[in-house]
Design a protein around this ligand. Structure first.
Ligand SMILES: C[S@@+](CC[C@H](N)C(=O)[O-])C[C@H]1O[C@@H](n2cnc3c(N)ncnc32)[C@H](O)[C@@H]1O
Length: 277
């Protein structure tokens, strides 16, 4: 793993580190810059402007280091968009690779509006589609309308307990099948034991768990309270969609170590669905 370049480190994460007005502050910062006309139409420069802000005041995102790991794979849908950093990074990669669409699924409509504004500034409005709503509802809607027929690569970066349940929903809907790749952020910080256990399990183990859990939809008890409650301040439910998934799917899953934009160690779990038993 390459070392972290501390000269580009973001400011440390505070106790309250999002949804305190800093998302709108970011928009004023970016649009108020003297060089805003040079930024227009350049995804790279919009990302640099977000990074400049993040060095003064913490801004939650995948960051440059972990972004390189996912960017090599060309994602087409992300769960959790926030202010649009990963969306601009991966949407730009999709366009460069000749792709037509990158879906960013975001539950908070205010954050969704920030994503759209920065995506527009970056000139990616023709590629990126922001879907506002809970990820499970958006996945179901995109599947029902035929907008999303199959997922080649999905970036998971939203409510940590929902990584596993949303993956199972995608399996049930046959959006995730052999050939699909999943890139899951923050599997070290804050960690995601239930997701890692699932993508690293054999079909036999998964079939046993399906019988034991019987459709349970509460967050796994191994998550810290603050992770479970992270988005509950706006009354957002912590209940999870209970899908049977497809326990027959086989994944080849490995952890790639990297860093948060602050320099804190973290990792991305890359899981390739290699077959069905
Ligand atoms: C870590 S941030 C995403 C950062 C972004 N991927 C990036 O790297 O720039 C997580 C986002 O997921 C959103 N979120 C949380 N639970 C969600 C859900 N169930 N459905 C959709 N979005 C959700 C939050 O509102 C937040 O904006």
């Amino acid at each position: 793993m390459p070392d972290f370049d501390s000269s580009k480190a973001y400011a440390a994460q505070e106790e309250v580190f999002f949804d305190d007005g800093r998302e709108i502050e970011l928009l004023h910062y970016v649009y108020g810059r003297k060089d805003v006309n040079e930024i227009r139409g350049s995804p790279e420069k919009v990302l640099q402007a977000i990074d400049d802000f993040g060095r003064k005041k913490y801004m939650m995102n995948v960051g440059e280091d972990k972004g390189k790991i996912v960017g090599e794979l060309i994602a087409e849908v992300e769960l959790g968009g926030y202010i649009g950093y990963s969306c601009i990074l991966f949407g730009n990669a999709v366009r460069k690779a000749g792709g037509k669409r990158y879906y960013s699924l975001e539950r908070n409509p205010e954050f969704g509006a920030v994503i759209s504004s920065l995506v527009d500034l970056a000139g990616l409005g023709d590629v990126v589609k922001v879907e506002i709503g809970s990820s499970d509802a958006s996945i179901k809607r995109l599947h029902e309308t035929g907008a999303l027929e199959h997922i080649d690569l999905m970036f998971l970066d939203h409510y940590k307990p929902a990584y596993k349940t949303d993956l199972k929903l995608c399996e049930e809907l046959k959006l995730v099948t052999p050939g699909s790749v999943l890139a899951a952020d923050n599997v070290i910080k804050p960690g995601n034991p239930s997701y890692l256990e699932y993508v690293r399990a054999t079909p036999k183990q998964k079939q046993e768990w399906t019988q034991q859990t019987n459709g349970q939809s509460a967050p796994d008890v191994r998550f810290q309270d603050k992770t479970v409650q992270q988005y509950a301040n706006r009354g957002e439910s912590t209940a999870l969609h209970a899908s049977p998934g497809n326990p027959k799917l086989v994944y080849d899953s490995k952890l790639v170590h990297s860093f948060e934009p602050t320099g804190d160690p973290d990792g991305i779990e890359i899981s390739r669905c290699t077959g069905e038993e």
